[in-house]
Design a protein. Structure first.
Length: 335
């Protein structure tokens, strides 16, 4: 196996773009390709793993990756209106949405010349993802990419104050769908704060909350259930609007180092719904490592609010990964 990648980070969260060495990616749409990559058709006792999934495992496991790795397979768009499609993946499988990855892909598409861009101004990159069509507006100055604005699919509030019994006592969470389902609650409800030294407890709480929501009636139409749990701190308002710090615990205990792009969309919808974010305001959303996204509600529709989230994406390297046939570790391991 011989795989090439270009790696980016968006506000600290990695995104590994596979640029060569992929096996054929069958399917007529991004949604169908994701199902094939997952191995749809297998059984619980005998899962059918695709050749694509072998690549995912290789790139997310040590010694080539790590438990916090995120990335994507670039695939054809669903039609000529988009520039390309993508299958998002992490150590535990495949996600339906990824805001930080969309920002990284926008920067990559412009930086590599795949999508033409001016020296000064903006370029629009349209991307088909499993949750729909999203876009990345890439901001340029002096021939360099300075920021990327992610425009998400419509985000809608699903439920408020969903009561859960947990090891920390009764909790109430808010649910929103922003390409994937996110549960939100203040970290203070757990007796915690969003701080690196409290990360083990935050991670454990996020995993427990996600498990407690499995099968909840509010999620009946969402087969994938809750994707991420957003634990947030309220900070003093900025002149431009609300200010929060969050950590998002997603998949099986994976931590988003960024403020979480799709998760920021969920927070925007919830804040707008409760009147805490007026149309002219923006949310400053900090991550657990201190990086920042800014977000706004741009449009209200019957199917939800359209949000835009802006951050910075930077290239970190280009890699060629190989799997030696004599390597007894194979695709690697997770700790």
């Amino acid at each position: 196996m011989n795989i090439t990648t270009t790696d980016y980070h968006t506000a600290g969260e990695p995104f590994r773009i596979v640029t060569g060495g992929l096996p054929p990616v069958p399917g007529d749409s991004v949604v169908e390709r994701r199902a094939i990559a997952i191995g749809a058709g297998g059984t619980a006792t005998s899962p059918r793993r695709s050749a694509l999934d072998d690549v995912r495992r290789l790139l997310t496991r040590e010694p080539r990756g790590h438990a916090g790795m995120y990335g994507g397979f670039v695939v054809p768009a669903d039609d000529d209106e988009a520039d390309f499609g993508v299958l998002f993946w992490h150590k535990d499988g495949y996600s339906t949405a990824c805001g930080h990855g969309t920002m990284a892909l926008g920067a990559w598409a412009v930086d590599t010349g795949r999508v033409p861009a001016p020296e000064d101004g903006t370029a629009l990159v349209r991307i088909d993802v499993p949750s729909g069509r999203v876009s990345a507006t890439v901001h340029r100055r002096g021939g360099r990419t300075t920021a990327v604005t992610f425009r998400n699919v419509p985000t809608r509030v699903l439920a408020r104050k969903v009561e859960l019994d947990t090891s920390r006592g009764p909790l109430a969470v808010d649910l929103a769908h922003s390409g994937a389902v996110y549960a939100s609650l203040p970290a203070s409800a757990l007796g915690l704060a969003v701080a690196p030294e409290q990360l083990p407890e935050l991670t454990a709480a996020g995993r427990e909350i996600r498990a407690a929501l499995e099968g909840h009636p509010a999620l009946a139409e969402y087969r994938d259930g809750v994707y991420g749990v957003i634990l947030y701190d309220e900070l003093p308002d900025m002149p431009s609007g609300p200010h929060q710090r969050n950590v998002t615990v997603f998949a099986d205990g994976q931590i988003d180092r960024s403020p979480c792009g799709s998760g920021t969309s969920a927070r925007l919808a919830l804040l707008a719904d409760e009147g805490a974010l007026r149309p002219e305001q923006s949310l400053r959303h900090d991550s657990i490592i201190g990086t920042v996204f800014t977000g706004r509600v741009r449009e209200r529709r019957p199917d939800g609010v359209v949000t835009e989230v802006t951050g910075a994406a930077h290239r970190t390297g280009e890699h060629r990964f190989v799997l030696d046939s004599d390597d007894t570790l194979g695709a690697g391991f997770l700790l």
